[in-house]
Design a protein around this ligand. Structure first.
Ligand code: PEP
Ligand code: MG
Length: 580
């Protein structure tokens, strides 16, 4: 049994068998073969070993010629390892006696060998573990062949274990089979984390390297609430987590009794809880949870889930469906926020050194105006069917905001000329997620119909800390007083100008922050649907005066840690049973 600690990004407990996606995208399933196929499988294994041996011999000769015998000897050592008779015997035994496929046998046997070498801590032979891992990868690659690499998909319940998953890979996980996932890299605010929550599967990211310690099919526990992963759990641990999974289910059931009640503080102030969605199908969950509308639709997932760019009709169909399903409640459509970790094939340079500071979001829209216009036309057309609002992401300068609005007005003129109906007074808002925008917020708020604070990015740009990098996770903290001051400045400016303001970063989904955000003056919070009940429970347990006192104290503090401590204490005091 081995316990890993990472960052829990989507709560709940999942228990299942490992489905490994390694960094080359190879998937090795626990495939069995028939007794008749054993000879052919051994032949396949031997042929892959022979091919790889030849390649290693060639490498040995080439490198020895170019750099000297000493360097060539490295490849000779690999070759000898590959041809080790005991290793071969074990592989054959896995195939002949246990009827495993050749690639599965390679995974299990090579992992075992790597573990033995790794255990020789301090001994120079310990370094051989990575040689074995490397040979394993190359052999599996040969056995699978490129045609099988992309076609293999789980067809039963599994836990996906990967070095990394991009947001679009995550969005394409088949939740009929994928119970949860773990990635070696990744941080708390990355979009992979956000998609995990949307899919409602427990997930842990940023565990550090562990894939070489598991074999496909191994039993694994993912605790997305605590950020823990247990490999090969013993019976006691398994029983404990099964109980915890059951407790989690019961708690979700208890919270569901709040669905029909309003999010109102004890002193009668109404807080509006809206849903953040990435996929149109989530509208059902928003409705079930009694959401007051959709506060953020991340439309970039329409692009990330498609093979080609969605056309105007594709957009229109989705937006119309959403707004009709929401039956009069507001739906805020954010124009595509592509780039950075949400990479697309379209209209973007292939490599960027600092993608989060590069051609992303509204910058990409202004860089690719025809694509932007196609989306805007669809949003406007759908606005004839209900309360749709349009919002631009990552606005940094006034010029940028004015340019985006100018394009929108131009599209409006086209539609008017073509006599296509749309809401001529559609509210146009902006996301506040860059410190520069906060510094000029009084000017922005004059030109915006509403503001929505995107703390996921605001934290990253305020504290200069990559939201998806596990190595700086301790610095990525919504409680930092600098972040709180920016939120407070934005809310105050909106209040002064009489414009609506909401907060749609992940921070709003964490009940720890609910009192603080109400105290800072927010009355609209947009959260993933699965978080609505929990946040509502806090709203219904506190008074605005208590919240304002929490905000006042937090703003006067010097560090995120002291703010965290205060918030934890207040949450416990007012909503004692929230975590159990
Ligand atoms: C944010 O930055 O807080 C936000 C809501 O946008 P995204 O997470 O999609 O960047
Ligand atoms: Mg953002």
């Amino acid at each position: 049994m081995e316990k890993l600690v990472g960052i829990g990004v989507s709560p709940g407990v999942a228990i299942g068998h490992a489905w490994i996606v390694n960094s080359e995208g190879l998937r090795v399933s626990r495939r069995s073969i028939s007794a008749e196929a054993v000879d052919e499988e051994i032949r396949r294994l031997d042929s892959a070993i022979a091919d790889l041996s030849d390649e290693l011999a060639q490498n040995r000769d080439t490198i020895a010629g170019q750099l000297g015998e000493k360097y060539g000897a490295i490849f000779e050592a690999h070759r000898q390892l590959l041809q080790d008779s005991r290793l071969h015997e074990e592989l054959v035994e896995m195939i002949a006696q246990r009827h495993h496929s050749a690639e599965y046998a390679v995974c299990v046997v090579f992992n075992r060998y790597a573990d033995i070498f790794r255990g020789l801590k301090g001994h120079r032979l310990a370094e051989r573990a990575s040689d074995i891992q490397d040979l394993q990868k190359r052999l599996v690659q040969r056995l699978l062949g490129s045609s099988q690499i992309s076609s293999e998909k789980p067809n039963g319940p599994v836990l996906v274990l990967a070095h990394n998953l991009t947001p679009s890979e995550t969005a394409n996980l088949d939740t009929r089979y994928v119970l949860g996932f773990v990635t070696e890299v990744g941080g708390p605010g990355g979009h992979t984390a956000i998609v995990a929550e949307a899919l409602e599967i427990p997930a842990v990211v940023g565990t550090g390297s562990f894939l070489d310690q598991v074999s496909p099919g191994d039993l694994v526990i993912v605790d997305g609430t605590r950020g823990e992963v247990i490999l090969a759990p013993d019976a006691d641990t398994l029983a404990r987590y099964q109980e915890q999974a059951e407790r989690w289910r019961r708690r979700a059931q208890q919270l569901s009794s709040l669905r029909t009640l309003p999010a109102e503080t004890r002193d009668g102030v109404r807080i509006f809880l809206l849903g953040n969605i990435e996929f149109p199908s989530e509208v059902d969950h928003c409705l079930r949870e009694g959401a007051d509308g959709i506060g953020l639709y991340r439309t970039e997932f329409l692009y990330l889930n498609a093979q080609t760019e969605p056309d105007e009709e594709d957009h229109f169909r989705v937006y119309r469906l959403l707004v009709e399903r929401m039956e009069g409640r507001p739906v805020t459509i954010r124009t595509f926020d592509l780039g950075a970790d949400k990479v697309l094939f379209l209209g973007r340079p292939t490599e960027e050194k600092n993608p989060f500071l590069g051609l992303r979001s509204i910058r990409l829209s202004l860089h690719n105006v025809p694509m932007f216009r196609r989306q805007l036309r669809a949003i406007l057309r759908a606005s004839a069917y209900g309360d749709i609002r349009v919002m631009f992401p990552l606005i940094t300068t006034l010029t940028e905001f004015r340019q985006a609005k100018m394009i929108l007005h131009d599209v409006m003129e086209d539609l008017t000329e073509q006599q296509i109906p749309f809401n001529k007074r559609i509210p146009v808002g902006m996301m506040v997620e860059v410190p520069a925008a906060v510094m000029l917020i009084d000017q922005f708020v004059e030109e915006a119909d509403f503001l929505s604070i995107g703390t996921n990015d605001l934290i990253q740009y305020t504290l200069a800390v990559d939201r998806s990098n596990r190595d700086v996770v301790n610095l990525y903290n919504a409680s930092d007083p600098a972040v709180l001051k920016f939120i407070s400045m934005t809310v105050t400016a909106a209040q002064r100008a009489g414009k609506p303001v909401s907060l749609c970063g992940q921070m709003s989904a964490n009940p720890l922050y609910t009192m603080l955000l109400i105290g800072l003056g927010l009355r609209h919070l947009s959260v993933p649907p699965m978080a609505i009940s929990e946040v509502k429970k806090v709203c219904r347990s506190v008074t605005v005066a208590q919240c304002e006192e929490v905000a006042r104290q937090s703003l006067a503090m010097e560090s995120a840690q002291t703010v965290d401590k205060l918030l934890r204490g207040e949450l416990k005091r007012h909503v004692a049973d929230l975590n159990g």
